[in-house]
Design a protein around this ligand. Structure first.
Ligand SMILES: NC(=O)c1ccc[n+]([C@@H]2O[C@H](COP(=O)([O-])OP(=O)(O)OC[C@H]3O[C@@H](n4cnc5c(N)ncnc54)[C@H](O)[C@@H]3O)[C@@H](O)[C@H]2O)c1
Length: 249
């Protein structure tokens, strides 16, 4: 699998799944743009990835339309974009009755509105690419929910449908842009660290996973890279679930 000569933008690239995905694309020869709102973590991510270029770091809040416009114009000036990975997202654990409208909107903004903003901002470049691809990172929490997961589940469920809608629109336009979604289960990243820091919560969560362990960020990254690659040229509007079998039963 080669991404030599292709340009890839990854949101939420400073840590976790985004960082692992950046590492994989770099190994496959891509020109990788790392975007994150956490400037310090982004700088340290660029230092951790031997192949990363510091001039490819973009400080961006995925919920901000102007930030996307600035990022798109910077990338266009540098030669264009072939792949967008909409990975940035945030968890939220609170019962619906205790969730404020502001929190609800914040979770929706980062987990689903951002996919729309990012896609729209870079679409002209993906159109021009001829082999454009988008991979969105949703969650198994967008497939099944539970007490305390309402706002996150609603946003991730919408993210899954956004991927299908965009895939069908772009297929109808004939611009060659494919859109697919990954649904991670429990993955060991800074986002899920609270689970692993609590032995009882961790044992409960692991008991639900047929493979008996959490996934790694690299295991999600491998699925993302595959969906963005030419090996997946006939796959669009699809979803890959990476959850150790959790949602199979
Ligand atoms: N870790 C899991 O168990 C798990 C499970 C299912 C889905 N996911 C999804 O995977 C994606 C990545 O999660 P992760 O576990 O790597 O999380 P993480 O918290 O380890 O990393 C997320 C990154 O996104 C960045 N980010 C957050 N909000 C942002 C914003 N508004 N603008 C720009 N950057 C922003 C953070 O600064 C951070 O660098 C998310 O969409 C998450 O919902 C994670």
């Amino acid at each position: 699998m080669s991404f030599v000569g292709r340009s890839v933008l990854i949101s939420g690239a400073a840590m976790g799944i985004g960082l692992a995905t950046a590492g994989r694309f770099l190994e496959h020869g891509a020109d990788v743009w790392l975007a994150d709102r956490d400037e310090r973590a982004l700088a340290s991510a660029c230092g951790d990835l031997p192949l990363a270029r510091r001039d490819r770091a973009i400080v961006l809040d995925v919920t901000n339309e102007d930030d996307w416009a600035d990022a798109a114009s910077r990338i266009a000036t540098a030669g264009g974009l072939d792949v967008l990975i909409n990975n940035a997202g945030r968890g939220h654990f609170r019962m619906l009755a205790d969730t404020s409208l502001a929190e609800w909107r914040e979770i929706r903004a980062v987990n689903v509105d951002a996919l729309f903003l990012g896609t729209r901002a870079v679409l002209p470049m993906l159109d021009a690419s001829g082999s454009g691809a988008i991979v969105n990172v949703a969650s198994i929490r967008g497939m099944t929910s539970g007490p305390g997961s309402g706002s996150y589940s609603a946003a991730k469920g919408a993210a899954r449908m956004f991927g299908k809608a965009a895939a069908l629109e772009f297929a109808a336009l004939g611009n060659g842009v494919r859109v697919n979604t990954v649904n991670p289960g429990l993955i060991d990243t800074p986002l899920s660290r609270a689970v692993f820091n609590d032995p009882a919560a961790s044992a409960r969560r692991l008991a639900d996973i047929p493979l008996g362990r959490a996934g790694t960020a690299e295991e999600v990254a491998d699925a993302i890279v595959f969906l963005a690659s030419d090996a997946a040229a006939y796959i669009t509007g699809a979803e890959v679930t990476i959850d150790g079998g959790q949602t199979a039963g």
